[in-house]
Design a protein around this ligand. Structure first.
Ligand code: GLN
Length: 504
């Protein structure tokens, strides 16, 4: 039976919020999509009065769970099970959510197509239809996006109500866009990273994926709490300051947005988010969304974020540098796979164990990033690469602060920085195209540049630590989902979600 039919037959069995399928059903559906890499065998007993009671969730395989392995899709951690739950998992369980399994991802979160995984690629479960809404049976398998492809695909295939992913440079928003679901990368520091395997600490965020903005908000409200175990967590004072600064500066706007109208809302469309590579049908979807937003009372303005053109290069330098340092712990001695050197090699030299363990445990993309990152941090390259990338990051933050009406609460005197003619949120396409065919990746296997290009729209908000929400926005010319992203000032996640609700 085709996947779409299997899903709809199974979905009619139980109301959406309840534990949808049995373990066998999940395994059966998952066989085609490869979204889950470990499936929970037994339903957990959860709190009946919890805010998330009856909700089922998949957790990306780089977020620690004590009941299921955490492999980060890497041979380095094959078979590893954490002795503890990450804070986010604890919070979900405390509110009655059921964890149904661990979601496939790119190795250590590095990738945009979910093809860099020891568990194999995730197949996008979206079912395209023809002009008469008849499913197109013979279509080539497409990527679910990455690196949280398993999280997005498990939500899109209705294996669970919602999923957690991580987003360092776009890994929640890109798969959300490709699979036709909603994906939130929150403001940096709002959700605890304790128990999340680090890729690039200054960028890593836990994100939420679901089929509606309301479900994303339900999960976000439970997990966005201060956690003293995460040294980069935003303090309770800063959180309070962010919501009160925004609301006290613009009380009328917040009350109209809460009432689901957009009267008084100013939306900026950044002119730099229309690269040559952008598929024309995505621009048409954006036009339709803009028309709807205007009808709902919003004002649309073009804005300019000139440093955007350098964002992708800066991101790959910073993310690789931080990754090279973070992944140094997987040395076959303290952590991870241990591969003894071949007979004859000197066993007394630890570097041999390191080298053999790391060469066998890490995949090609991870090894490449470690080498690039290590180079960027060497004395010779530091000024030209790492420092330069940090400068670009500062320009990108300054660009956003210049266009937003809400001041950034990280600044010394935010109240004095209210920019009278600024915008409240930004709107832009989530990706330059619809989901690529999986075969495309194999055809151009030697180059990562195309893959890196997929992140061109998502990395600026990551570098600035801003909340960004990808919402489905119709279909492209090829009949596959298109996503639009709403970006807000730091700490205005609730505003971003409210605007997303009007778009969906
Ligand atoms: N595609 C980007 C990368 O490979 C982003 C990954 C992520 O957000 N985890 O670095």
């Amino acid at each position: 039976m085709p996947l779409r039919r299997q899903i709809s037959v199974l979905s009619t069995r139980l109301p959406q919020r309840r534990a949808i399928f049995t373990t066998r059903d999940i395994q059966h559906l998952n066989a085609t999509v490869n979204a889950l890499v470990h499936v929970s065998k037994t339903p957990q007993t959860t709190r009946h009065d919890g805010a998330l009671h009856g909700m089922t969730l998949a957790i990306k395989d780089n977020i620690c769970t004590a009941s299921l392995p955490t492999t980060c899709s890497s041979a380095m951690l094959a078979g590893y099970t954490s002795p503890f739950d990450a804070t986010v998992v604890e919070l979900l369980r405390d509110e009655g959510a059921q964890i149904i399994g661990k979601a496939n991802c790119d190795e250590f979160g590095m990738g945009s197509l979910n093809v860099n995984s020891i568990h194999g690629p995730v197949v996008n479960p979206f079912q395209p239809t023809d002009a008469h809404d008849v499913p197109l049976m013979a279509h080539e398998p497409r990527s679910a996006g990455g690196s949280s492809g398993g999280s997005a695909a498990s939500v899109a295939a209705r294996l669970c109500t919602a999923a957690l992913g991580t987003d360092t440079g776009g890994s929640v928003r890109l798969p959300a866009s490709y699979c036709g679901v909603v994906g939130l990368k929150p403001s940096y520091g709002l959700i605890s990273r304790w128990g999340v395997v680090s890729f690039a600490d200054s960028l890593d965020c836990v994100g939420v994926l679901a089929r509606s903005v309301d479900t994303v908000k339900e999960v976000f409200d439970v997990i966005s709490v201060y956690d003293a175990r995460d040294p980069t967590a935003a303090s309770p004072e800063l959180r309070k300051r962010a919501s009160s600064t925004a609301e006290s500066c613009l009380p009328k706007l917040f009350s109209s947005v809460r009432a689901n109208t957009l009267d008084g809302l100013r939306i900026g469309v950044p002119q730099e988010y229309f690269p040559l590579e952008l598929e024309p049908s995505i621009t048409s979807s954006l036009r339709t969304i803009i028309r709807n937003l205007k009808d709902a009372g919003a004002t649309i303005r073009p804005v300019s974020l000139p440093a955007t053109q350098y964002a992708l290069s800066a991101y790959y330098v910073i993310a690789s540098a931080e990754a090279s340092s973070n992944l140094a712990r997987f040395d076959g001695i303290q952590y991870g796979l241990r591969v003894p050197p071949p007979a004859g090699a000197s066993r007394s030299k630890p570097s041999n164990v390191y080298a053999h363990s790391r060469s066998s445990g890490f995949g090609r993309e991870v090894r490449k990033r470690i080498l690039l990152g290590t180079y960027a941090l060497t004395a010779d390259a530091f000024d030209n690469y790492f420092l330069q990338a940090q400068r670009v990051r500062a320009y990108i933050k300054a660009d956003f602060n210049r266009v937003f009406r809400h001041p950034c609460v990280h600044l010394a005197h935010p109240e004095s920085c209210l920019s009278a003619d600024g915008v409240d949120v930004l709107l832009h396409p989530s990706a330059i195209r619809t989901a690529p065919r999986l075969a495309e990746k194999r055809e151009c296997d030697t180059s990562s540049i195309d893959e890196y290009l997929q992140d061109v729209m998502t990395v600026p908000a990551s570098l600035a630590g801003l909340p960004a929400l990808s919402v489905p926005a119709g279909l492209g010319e090829d009949g596959w989902p298109v996503g639009m992203t709403v970006v807000g000032q730091w700490g205005t996640d609730q505003l971003v979600l409210q605007v997303g609700r009007v778009i969906e």
